[in-house]
Design a protein around this ligand. Structure first.
Ligand code: SAM
Length: 261
């Protein structure tokens, strides 16, 4: 029935996620740096290097509210690597390049838009901000060269729907990449990590963001998220080929990838 336990729980979950991100949007950057000791920057760089961005690409970054990943992709396209291949007078961003940044939370998108202006990208027409749900994207089938989702899929209600949508919007040859907090297995490191996440992170959340509960929820959601192998098989079930993953910092974070062939 519509009052079944499962439905009620899922409703709670979406509402809770909304509240969590509304309350953390302002202290978001600071907390990311503190919690990961600045490492999230390197993890995002790694994600982008695995994407192999190119001028003229159509890319979709989902759950990308703050623009962190999209800005990195644009910077990569602007790098000397590509510039060397182009006429020095030509605009570095091929006029067809499009970076769609999709997020369900307008507060996060606003943080991102503000940062784009600060970076001098305010009127860059390659950047397109779209409010939307990863589970039902507003983009056409086979329309994207790349799809990224960083620290976003863990909080959605139906992971399978997100993966199916990613597969739908990618064109053949398009690449799917997901950066997410994952599972640590190594005995001693696991104990240290458990202590850090169950004790240090909620305390840090209280101290810095004045919000212990949201960070407690964050830690619990990491534990509930499927482990590396399981998540890889879900990606394959969505139709992706060449599915693989790379653990960073012993599995604190993993980058999963797949191709639509
Ligand atoms: N990708 C950015 C980064 O790595 O800095 C932001 C990650 S933030 C932890 C998670 C983001 O996912 C939030 O901006 C939140 O609004 C968004 N989000 C949560 N559920 C979503 C959904 N169903 N569809 C799209 N975005 C969602």
């Amino acid at each position: 029935t519509s009052f079944g336990f499962k439905e009620v729980r899922e409703e709670d979950k979406s509402q809770m996620v909304g509240n969590v991100f509304t309350s953390v949007a302002s202290t978001y950057d600071l907390m990311n740096d503190l919690m990961s000791a600045g490492l999230h920057r390197l993890w995002k760089d790694r994600l982008v290097s695995k994407l192999h961005p190119f001028p003229g690409m159509k890319h979709l970054d989902v759950a990308g509210g703050t623009g962190d990943v999209a800005f990195r992709i644009l910077e990569d396209i602007n790098s000397t690597r590509h510039r060397a291949m182009q006429d020095a007078t030509e605009d570095y961003l091929h006029e067809e390049t499009r970076m769609y940044i999709c997020d369900i939370n307008p507060n996060m998108l606003n943080v991102g838009k503000k940062r784009a202006i600060e970076r001098g990208l305010g009127d860059n027409k390659a950047l397109i901000w779209v409010e939307g749900d990863a589970e039902s994207l507003k983009f056409e089938d086979n329309s994207m060269d790349g799809y990224t989702i960083a620290f976003g899929i863990r909080n959605v209600t139906h992971i399978e729907k997100v993966l199916a949508e990613a597969h739908r919007v990618l064109r053949r040859g398009g690449r799917f990449l997901c950066l997410e907090l994952s599972h640590v297995d190594t005995p001693i490191f696991k104990e240290l990590y458990d202590y850090y996440s169950f004790s240090v992170i909620p305390a840090m959340g209280e101290l810095v963001a004045g919000d212990r509960e949201s960070y407690q929820y964050l830690v619990e959601s990491i534990r509930r998220f499927p482990a590396q192998e399981k998540f890889a098989s879900m990606i394959a079930d969505a139709g992706f080929q060449k599915v693989e993953y790379e653990n960073l910092v012993g599995g604190v974070v993993a980058i999963h990838s797949g191709m639509k062939l």
